[in-house]
Design a binder for this molecule. Structure first.
Ligand code: HEM
Length: 291
């Protein structure tokens, strides 16, 4: 029976502010796959094991785990983008690159939550972390490599995990998203130095004049090279979002530990600041000066 004075749902006994469940809603999961089964929530939601009795350690664990999941998705999408560009499927590449940009924005937003952790509260459990550090995040290293920030030295911390080491070594040696974009410039008839196209992909990318000129041609003839022009702007979006993540990480770290050394052994903030000078797509930024 419904209440004559209110549009709010009522239960059979006439209570308001209540949603009765519908007859067709599935409730028996003895032999049926449930939401939790599909998502393996028992594993995911039982993977938080604080090492101290400090209230804030849960925040610290959850923010890292949630970030790792988003990073994993970003890696999955970037792999797809590399394949799409390789096969000339720009439409799909744009779709997944746009998604990566949103994932990076989501990751950047999470620094706001972490900045509610005060230096004093963090110090109460910091020692329990030992030498563990985000520096050892293989998901993160994977996306850096996929985007083109190659550095073989960074494989060292993964030697104790052969499977991860092998995967990272493979990605290190493969053309990055940017390398594939440069091959696409070439296949659209733009002259690119052979040394760039046939470079050792495991080495850090070095900015090159022929690449700068090719991108300049694209920007100055955007109608003619519209796909490449759009691709370039999408890559700029990604670098922009990535740098925001790097910056907020560095700044949040500074806010929490000042200039203390990192648990991973680096100089901390000054080491993180150096990453801000690394560009995935250097010519795409340089060309703006020459337009
Ligand atoms: C209290 C919070 C945090 C502090 C104090 C902190 C501190 C640091 C420091 C000092 C480093 C440099 C390596 C070292 O010596 O340890 C580092 C690297 C790193 N951290 Fe964090 N971090 C925090 C939170 C996070 C979170 C939430 C993530 C998310 C996944 C993260 C991901 C990373 C990554 C990926 C690196 C490597 C960066 C690179 O290679 O440039 N960190 N962190």
């Amino acid at each position: 029976m419904s209440c004559p004075y209110s549009n709010k749902p009522t239960d059979p006994e006439g209570q308001t502010n209540y949603r009765a469940i519908e007859d067709n809603i599935h409730t028996d999961f003895k032999d049926d796959m449930s939401y939790g089964d599909y998502l393996h929530l028992e594993k995911v939601l039982n993977a938080q094991h604080p090492l101290s009795n400090q209230h804030d350690e849960m925040l610290f664990i959850v923010i890292h785990q949630a970030s790792e999941l988003w990073i994993k998705l970003a890696g999955h999408e970037l792999n797809e983008a590399v394949e799409n560009i390789k096969s000339g499927d720009f439409g799909h590449a744009f779709k997944v690159i746009a998604r990566v940009k949103q994932i990076l924005s989501q990751l950047t937003q999470s620094w706001g939550i972490l900045s509610t952790l005060t230096p004093v509260d963090y110090l109460k459990f910091r020692d329990t972390l030992g030498h563990s550090s985000g520096f050892q995040s293989y998901g993160y290293r994977k996306i850096e490599f996929l985007l083109g920030n190659k550095n073989a030295e960074l494989l060292k911390v993964h030697e104790s995990n052969p499977q991860v080491h092998q995967e990272l070594q493979y990605i290190l040696n493969q053309p990055s998203l940017y390398d594939e974009a440069l091959l696409a410039l070439k296949s659209h008839g733009l002259p690119i130095d052979k040394a760039v196209l046939e470079r050792d992909f495991s080495l850090p990318y070095q900015a090159n004049k022929s690449v700068l000129n090719a991108w300049l041609t694209v920007y100055q003839n955007a109608e003619q090279y519209f796909h490449l022009y759009e691709l370039a702007e999408k890559l700029v979006d990604i670098e922009d979002s990535f740098q925001q993540w790097r910056f907020k990480h560095m700044y949040t770290v500074q806010r929490i530990i000042g200039n203390k050394i990192g648990t991973g052994g680096s100089s901390g903030v000054s080491f993180l600041k150096k990453a801000l000078d690394i560009s995935f797509f250097p010519e795409l930024f340089e060309l703006r000066t020459h337009l």
